[in-house]
Structure formats: C-alpha cells, structure tokens
Ligand binder design. Structure first.
Ligand code: NAD
Ligand code: DAU
Length: 347
C-alpha cells in the first residue's frame, strides 16, 4: 500500500511516520513536508534510510506539483497532518493559516478524488484535526463527536473549515474519509513555541515563564506516542465517514501544570526546591483565549479499544529527559527566526 503522510517532519507527523515505517514494512510511506520552521528532518534520522520510506520536500498548496505527484504514485491512502499549528502565530498571520490549512487541504482532496473517482474501494483520506474546532467549554462538560463547531481563533477556524471540506467531499463526491479531533499533545520533538517545550527551554536557560492571563485556563494533555498509536488504530479499524475524538482523560489548569513541570525540572537539574517556580511571570492574555478544552474519548475507547498508555507524570518525565538529552536539537531550532518570533510575541 502506498501511503502519503503530509507534515511528517513536524512534531506529531514524525511520530506517525515512525509508527508506520517501523510497524508496516509492506506499506510504502511517502512523507511530504514543506519543512517550514516547524518541520525538521532531524526528527526522522533513525528511519530515513529504511527501504519503505521516501521523503518529498513540497508545499501542499502547490497544486500542479501535488496533482503530478498523485498521478505518478497513485497514493491509495492519505494521512493529512500538514498544517500551520500554532494559535499565537495565527493571531499574527491569519492568512498563512487559510492558505495551508484550508486551500492546501482542498488541493489534496481534489488530487485524491481525481485519482480514485468511481474506484474508492479500500482508499482512505484520513484528516487529522483538533479539539479546538469545538470552541471553549465552561467549568463543566466535555467535547463529544456531536458537539457543534464553534472555533474562536484563526487557527481553529481554519482547521474547522478544513474538516468541513473533508466531510463535504465525502457527501458530494463519495470520498472515503475519517477525521480525528485530538487534544493537546506533548512529548519529544515538539517545537518550543508551545507551552511545555517553551517552558522546558526557558527553565534550562533561567528565562521567565510567560503564563498568559491568570493561568486558570484548562487543557487536556496527551502523550504524542499515544496519539500516534490512536492514529494507527483509526487508520486500520476506524469506520468510514466517522469522526473520533482523542484525548488523554487528563485535564490540567495551566498554572498547575507549570508548577508540576517546575518541580520535576528542579529535580532533574539538581536545583534547589522552588527555583524554577520563581521564573513564573504572568503576562498579557492571548486574545480570544479559550477557557477550557476537555475531550470525551469514550467512542474510540469503546469501539477501537484505545486508551493512553502513560500517566501525565510519566509522559512529562520522558519529555523532560528527551529535551535534556537533545540540547543540540533544541539549540538548532531556537536559532535563526525563532528569536524574532519570540521577541515579537513576548516583548
Ligand atoms: P507542527 O507545526 O509541529 O508540524 C506541522 C508540519 O507541517 C511541519 O513539518 C511543517 O513543515 C509542515 N507544513 C506546514 N505547512 C506546510 C505546507 N504548506 N506544505 C507541506 N507541509 C507543511 O504541527 P503538529 O503539532 O505536529 O500538528 C500536526 C497536525 O495535528 C496539525 O494538523 C494540527 O492541527 C493537528 N493537531 C495538533 C495538536 C497538537 O497539540 N500539537 C493537537 C491536535 C491536532
Ligand atoms: O487542543 C489542541 C491544540 O493544542 C492543537 O490543535 C494546537 O495545534 C496546539 O498548538 C495546541 O493549542 P493550544 O493553544 O492549546 O497550545 P499552546 O501550547 O499554545 O498553549 C497551551 C496553553 O498554555 C494555552 O491555554 C495557552 C497557554 N500558554 C501558552 C504559551 C505558548 C501560556 O500561558 N503561555 C505561553 O507562552
């Protein structure tokens, strides 16, 4: 089977590529990635020479290239992760998010449709989405697959739009698809603009930890390798035209999470108790900041038997170890453009 994975050099994508390349020698995995600031081939060093793996540097918004590529390789299945993924950047540059997340998805859908029209048997367009499309919860309640979409940021609006297009292509043209909406991922290889790796990097460098607003915002956290396993399961056993929510059953208020992270980091770095917590700095809130996300992942649990394999404390421990052992990776991705983004965002 020829599988096209988009965004495979990014955080989640690299774990998905590894999961498929290592576990399915009979599949050929084509990883297509533009290598934006968030994509990094270092993430895939361990599998880059495997015979069932090919990397293609390309932009999903390049329609001619994508059409020719589908014509040449006839990908039977697509796992689509390529996206602009950071909420704060979407507030600075919304159009980039519309381009990649909406237009790019439609270009892929068209190429897939045109390749397999009238012969969709055993084909699949698997679209990776986010719980942010559902908007914000109050202090109670959970996002279900049936929750109405109510995106609040340019990022989540672009992801919601792409989800709608995938569903519309299923209804209108009959393309087989599945969509998964996952909560906040954390783990190795995450770009240090997102909360956990940003704060790990700042603690290492004794820099302030910029907590937005009062820190009482809540997210549900999932270890990235557990997400990759869930994607593998849905890819093989998910029902056509269905949506599955994926979450960690693991809600944390930001300030409590940051406090736990500080405590674990103090131990790892042999710093005195409380040293990292002193770096916590409350800063201006994110505009349109969603109060709380929480996922009801009972459908994937009951239907496909998936559940997270690690607790948050275990996952965080592995994550911190990875960043401490990969300071070269961390230094290389935080050189260059990173500093100008950081200064603009946190000045
Ligand atoms: P990421 O930003 O780490 O990686 C995105 C990858 O896409 C990068 O390798 C980048 O180079 C590539 N890319 C961006 N624009 C491209 C383009 N125009 N053409 C080709 N490649 C391009 O993102 P991530 O956190 O790994 O997220 C992956 C997917 O999962 C996204 O669709 C995101 O919306 C979704 N998601 C993320 C999370 C999370 O917590 N990180 C949670 C739920 C869903
Ligand atoms: O819920 C899934 C989503 O999770 C994914 O779709 C997105 O791609 C991913 O980026 C993530 O979005 P969030 O906005 O929730 O993640 P982020 O790490 O940016 O922020 C997590 C929380 O921490 C959020 O409440 C904002 C807060 N925060 C974040 C940063 C970067 C801070 O307080 N300070 C910060 O510097």
């Amino acid at each position: 089977m020829k599988i096209l994975i988009t965004g495979g050099a990014g955080f989640i994508g690299s774990h998905v590529v590894r999961q498929f390349v290592n576990n399915y020698p009979n599949y050929h995995i084509f990883n297509l990635d533009k290598l934006t600031y968030a994509g990094n081939l270092e993430n895939l060093k361990d599998i880059e020479n495997k015979p069932n793996y090919t990397f293609i540097k390309a932009d999903i918004t390049n329609e001619t290239f994508i059409n020719n590529l589908f014509e040449k390789h006839q990908f039977e299945r697509v796992i689509h992760l390529a996206a602009e993924s950071h909420v704060d950047r979407s507030i600075l540059h919304p159009l980039a998010f519309v381009n990649t997340n909406v237009i790019g998805t439609i270009i892929l859908l068209n190429a897939f449709k045109n390749t397999w029209e009238d012969n969709f048997k055993n084909k699949l367009f698997y679209h990776i989405s986010t719980d942010e499309v559902y908007g914000a919860l109050g202090q109670t309640g959970l996002f279900k697959e049936t929750t109405a979409y109510h995106p609040n940021s340019p990022y989540s609006a672009s992801k919601a739009s792409s989800d709608h297009f995938v569903r519309a292509y299923g209804e209108t043209y009959g393309i087989p698809y599945v969509i998964t909406n996952c909560s906040n991922n954390y783990g190795p290889n995450q770009f240090p603009e997102k909360l956990i790796p940003l704060f790990i990097n700042n603690i290492i460098n004794n820099k302030p930890l910029p907590v937005y607003g009062d820190g009482n915002y809540t997210r549900d956290w999932l270890y990235v390798k557990d997400h990759a396993v869930a994607i593998d399961l849905v890819f093989h056993k998910g029902k056509n035209l269905e949506t599955y929510n994926i979450g960690g059953f693991n809600e944390w208020k930001n300030i409590n999470l940051v406090t736990l992270l500080c405590q674990q980091m103090d131990k790892k770095l042999n710093r005195e108790k409380g040293a990292s917590e002193k770096l916590i700095t409350y800063v201006k809130d994110r505009p349109g900041h969603d109060l709380r996300y929480a996922i009801d992942a009972s459908k994937i649990n009951k239907e496909l038997g998936w559940k997270p394999s690690v607790t948050f404390e275990q996952g965080l421990d592995k994550t911190i170890d990875w960043y401490l052992e990969n300071e070269v990776w961390l230094k290389s991705v935080t050189s260059g453009d990173y500093q100008s983004y950081y200064d603009r965002q946190y000045s």
